[in-house]
Design a protein around this ligand. Structure first.
Ligand code: KG4
Ligand code: ZN
Length: 328
């Protein structure tokens, strides 16, 4: 079964074709990132206008790479939320038009669930149930994944998302956007023991809060002009505490739900220090930890198409009344 997936929840316009939920035939991603850089974050109006301009070309490219024609497509799966409203609307409208004109079923997909599914695309044999931690520019969420389409949210951020905190700290340090990869690079040469930051406690132990640590970084800079070394130390200390918090909460959730498997996903899961520290857990604890390949950590339509196949097989389907959805 050939599923055409569409992802337009943030600044990317992505169309992919995945065979039987596993084999990626194409996964084309066009990003409007460079147009947002000077604003230090994604500007929704710019993102949706660029998506409107590029979605047809991206879809044509995805079909060409997959060596398929539109008539070969059996299902259209599209991210229906959460995300930027204007951006989601472009993807959903395009998907509806395709589904209607081709006479094939349509399926709305949750973006966070799709990030989890990115782990199932590269042949990793992951058994369910498992715990999932999605850390991206818009979300920081812990899920209990019983099966595809059967997920329970255990905790989420009360303020900034994890990637957003990386982006804001990078902005405070005048490093550019997106901040995650820049902070990671700087942190490699920094000493994380130099400065003591901490993440705020949350009333519900599986929730997250990152706005306090961002403010602590702002106060530590306090308008001073920093040396490169000082920036490196701040980046390293910030990154270390954030990763330790993610680990602490994931372990707690695994203990509560009595599962030994953890799946990670989202842009921040591309962070090498994070991967190293999570993998170190395997050595000391009896755990299985899975990461998607780097390219599938970021927003992409292959994860949408893949999950679309699994959910369709389980009987899920949308119709033309499909609107913007959230997880709850
Ligand atoms: O999943 P994603 O592509 O888009 C959303 O759904 O939000 O994630 C983008 C986020 C950005 O905040 C970016 O700074 C962060 O992921 N990110 C990273 C790294 N690469 C991307 N954060 C930390 N370390 C990285 N290497
Ligand atoms: Zn995402």
């Amino acid at each position: 079964m050939y599923v055409l997936g569409i992802e337009t929840s943030c600044d990317e316009t992505s169309v992919a074709i995945v065979k039987d939920g596993k084999k990626i035939l194409s996964n084309v991603v066009a990003s409007s990132l460079k147009f947002h850089k000077k604003y230090g974050g994604v500007v929704p109006e710019i993102a949706s206008r660029m998506q409107l301009d590029s979605i047809t070309l991206v879809a044509e490219e995805a079909l060409k790479e997959a060596k398929l024609k539109l008539k070969d497509i059996n299902l259209v799966a599209v991210t229906s939320g959460p995300g930027l409203l204007g951006s989601l609307l472009v993807g959903i409208s395009f998907a509806k038009a395709l589904s209607l004109s081709l006479g094939v079923p349509l399926l709305g997909i949750n973006h966070l669930e799709a990030h989890i599914y990115a782990n199932f695309l590269n042949g990793q044999n992951i058994k369910l149930p498992a715990l999932a931690l999605i850390v991206s520019g818009g979300h920081t969420s812990l899920f209990y994944v019983k099966d595809f389409g059967e997920i329970e949210i255990l905790g989420q951020t009360l303020d900034d998302a994890c990637g957003e905190a990386f982006d804001k700290v990078a902005k405070i340090l005048k490093l550019g956007y997106p901040g995650g990869p820049i902070i990671e690079r700087l942190a490699k040469k920094g000493n994380f023991k130099r400065i003591k930051f901490s993440c705020s406690e949350t009333k519900r132990p599986l929730d997250f809060s990152f706005s306090g640590i961002k403010t602590a970084v702002l106060y530590s800079v306090n308008g001073k002009r920093l040396t490169v070394n000082e920036k490196r130390n701040i980046a390293a200390s910030f990154q270390e505490v954030v990763i330790d918090t993610l680990i602490k909460k994931s372990l707690l959730a695994m203990q509560i739900k009595k599962v030994r498997r953890l799946i990670l996903g989202g842009g921040v899961a591309a962070n090498q220090r994070l991967r190293e520290k999570f993998f170190n857990l395997i050595k000391t604890k009896d755990l299985q930890i899975y990461f998607p390949p780097l390219a599938l950590c970021m927003d992409n339509a292959a994860m949408v198409a893949g999950l679309g196949f699994q959910l369709f097989k389980k009987g899920y389907c949308s119709d033309l009344s499909l609107g913007i959805t959230t997880l709850n």
